[in-house]
Design a protein around this ligand. Structure first.
Ligand SMILES: C[S@@+](CC[C@H](N)C(=O)[O-])C[C@H]1O[C@@H](n2cnc3c(N)ncnc32)[C@H](O)[C@@H]1O
Length: 280
């Protein structure tokens, strides 16, 4: 496959802009990213590159920035996504209890919950703050025989940990067909056969049976838009665990949850990213 290598320079140079830029670029076909001192390198298959689409997404950047500039060249002919996985996806070990790693990682310590993820292009290696905030909550909850919905499942890393912690039945849903395929592959790698993986958004929830726990790591606007549909599939006393937003957004999400009859349980944060747990 032929790729372009882009170098993005942006101001202000901070993690929030960098995270949002990666997400915006992901939406227009970029596959993998390497953060270096003062540039973000990004790789896209030449056949998928559309200059106008890229410029439109930069012009409509979701937060105010001083500048986003780029240059690009033809990249050396190799699978940049595979390169990224090999060089930048490092194993994660949480409290000697849970390990998340890829098939090519060796020397993984023996832990109770060993999760294999080959992320390819799907979000969810456990490295992002929002994923790690939710993984930590899942490690503390009693999930035995609990019905769980993982909304915006990405790689299905969260659904897989829930399954390993005894949750069942589990449904995992994502709006992106790439994520659905990647979730199926990751379930196979972890020998999990009973997660029901579906393509769609909150509109397909009306046919679901009630859940004890709904997890949704998406983003502030989708959560505000779809929270009522998540609540409709929550059992009495069921919990809704959300992430994908910044600490300054906790209040608006909590307010929305309370307007839907839920009450606050706890919140946590990491590098300005937050999670919120509410209960019916
Ligand atoms: C931040 S990623 C989280 C992935 C994974 N759950 C994790 O925690 O690492 C958000 C995921 O939500 C999906 N998504 C975006 N909008 C959605 C929607 N309206 N309904 C369902 N999934 C959505 C995206 O495709 C993406 O895979």
């Amino acid at each position: 496959m032929k790729y372009y290598e882009f170098k993005f320079i942006f101001k202000p140079k901070n993690e929030i802009v960098s995270d949002i830029l990666m997400s915006v670029l992901g939406d227009v076909g970029f596959e993998s990213f390497v953060e270096e001192d003062d540039v973000l390198k990004a790789y896209i298959q030449q056949s998928l590159f559309n200059k106008e689409e890229l410029q439109t997404s930069i012009n409509q950047f979701p937060i105010e920035v001083d500048a986003i500039d780029y240059t690009y060249t033809e990249a050396e002919d190799k699978d940049w996504n595979e390169e990224w996985e090999k060089n930048f996806f490092k194993p994660i070990i949480i409290d000697d209890l849970c390990a998340i790693h890829s098939t090519f990682h060796t020397d993984i310590p023996k832990v109770k919950y060993d999760i294999i993820i080959n992320p390819q292009m799907a979000f969810g290696t456990g490295h992002h703050e929002t994923t790690s905030l939710i993984l930590n909550e899942l490690l503390q909850m009693d999930l035995q025989n609990k019905a769980v919905l993982d909304m915006g499942c990405g790689t299905s890393i969260l659904a897989i940990l829930a399954s390993k912690r005894g949750a069942k039945p589990i449904t995992a849903i994502d709006i992106d067909s790439w994520c659905v395929d990647n979730s199926k592959a990751n379930c196979q790698l972890n020998q999990i056969t009973d997660i029901d993986i579906k393509l769609g958004d909150a509109s397909i929830l009306k046919d679901e049976k009630p859940f004890n726990l709904v997890i949704a790591n998406i983003n502030r606007n989708i959560l505000l838009q779809d929270m009522d549909k998540y609540v409709q599939v929550l059992q009495e006393k069921g919990k809704l665990l959300m992430s994908g937003f910044y600490t300054e957004d906790i209040a608006i999400l909590q307010e929305k949850a309370e307007s839907l009859g839920l009450h606050f349980v706890k919140t946590n944060h990491k590098n300005n990213w937050a999670c919120l747990l509410v209960q019916k």
